[in-house]
Design a protein around this ligand. Sequence first.
Ligand code: ATP
Ligand code: MG
Length: 420
Amino acid sequence: MQTIRGFRDILPEHIRLWQKVEKEASGLFKAFGFQEIRVPILEKTQLFSRSIGEVTDIVEKEMYTFADRKGDKLTLRPEATASIVRSYIQHKMYATDPVRKFFTIGPMFRRERPQKGRYRQFYQIDAEVFGIESALIDTQLIFLLNELFKRLGLTGLSAHINSLGCPECRPSFQKALLDFVTSKKESLCKNCLRRMEKNPLRILDCKVQACKEAVQDAPATLDHLCDDCETHFKTVKTSLKAQGVDFIVDKSLVRGLDYYTRTAWEIQTTTLGAQSAVAGGGRYDGLVKELGGPQTPGIGFAIGFDRLVEVMEQIEKTPEKEGLDLFIISLGEPAMEKGYLWSCELNQAGIRTEIDFRGKSLKALMKRANKLNAKYVLIAGENELADNSVILRDMNTKDQVSLSIETLVPELIKKLKLTK
Ligand code: ATP
Ligand code: MG
């Protein structure tokens, strides 16, 4: 049996970086006032089609959707924002305190063509903020991302930002865009011709080379912003500058989800080839209302966890080897029973201890101790037990000392805690 295409195991030898990122991210989120939230992996299909948009790549071709036994249409979540917005509304959070900051870490599902940095089950670190209209929160989220990546030792990243406007500036932009794409009709792919009718903005995000070329000089949302959106975007830019966060204004950045308004951004890396975006985010001031809640501004981002780890693995070529504090070699049944009890007590005290239960020879077990990268080895054989003592071997210096069984565990705890 094999995993399904685009799905993969993350094996123990790769977990260390995942845990490092999780630790750093949750620490940072806490400091910035975010609370963790966990939402289901399965939701009603409608939640995603209504929020992400019917005419988007995600909804049209990437969702894992199926009917459950009663015929309800369900979807494996392709992203987390919609679910968190649903939760915000469902639990009437707006009524007790409309200002909420959440983060969540977990798997997302999109049926895309699998390749490096692109999987069908992938993980995101997701943050969402509700109830804050100020542009300073836009800046703060980009600053937070920057800080996280800095702490993880990443370099060569750039923040691409754009403003997508609001319902007030959209009509003038949409008209200009429609005129433009109509004039390019001959060069567009079949999909884009369909998008032209239903959702022309999506043409700007088409991956077909001919379409990309055709829309190179397309009108940009930035040139159609209303005064409020203009001011908002200006504040984002000046406050980012004031904080020393580098960014590039990218007029062509539209993002693949329909719910975005005003600020949208992507953090790109030069080290992952075609899969260059490690994080993406944006404002969605209309989404809470669209899904049935009161008018509430919202903004958030998602980090591509798999891609982030891939970038980190490139930087950190030789990861430090994890090892054991102590490996217990018990020779013979009575020694095994004692060794087992010692090992449990040491485990309880937080000392990484292992014992081999298979009754192998001293030579074989010394080999295993080396393989497990043990700092110390405890040898308990029949002779030693008769003497009420055991041997402790320092695997680095090869020094051996004899320890009395009576005080063994406390003494080991003292000694091994010191070497940590
Ligand atoms: P892309 O343009 O690379 O398809 P996207 O705009 O579809 O990305 P978002 O929906 O913004 O992606 O998700 C945020 C982040 O999640 C992306 O920047 C990327 O790092 C990661 N991501 C998205 N899709 C995948 C995937 N299929 N496999 C791995 N990571 C992904
Ligand atoms: Mg995508």
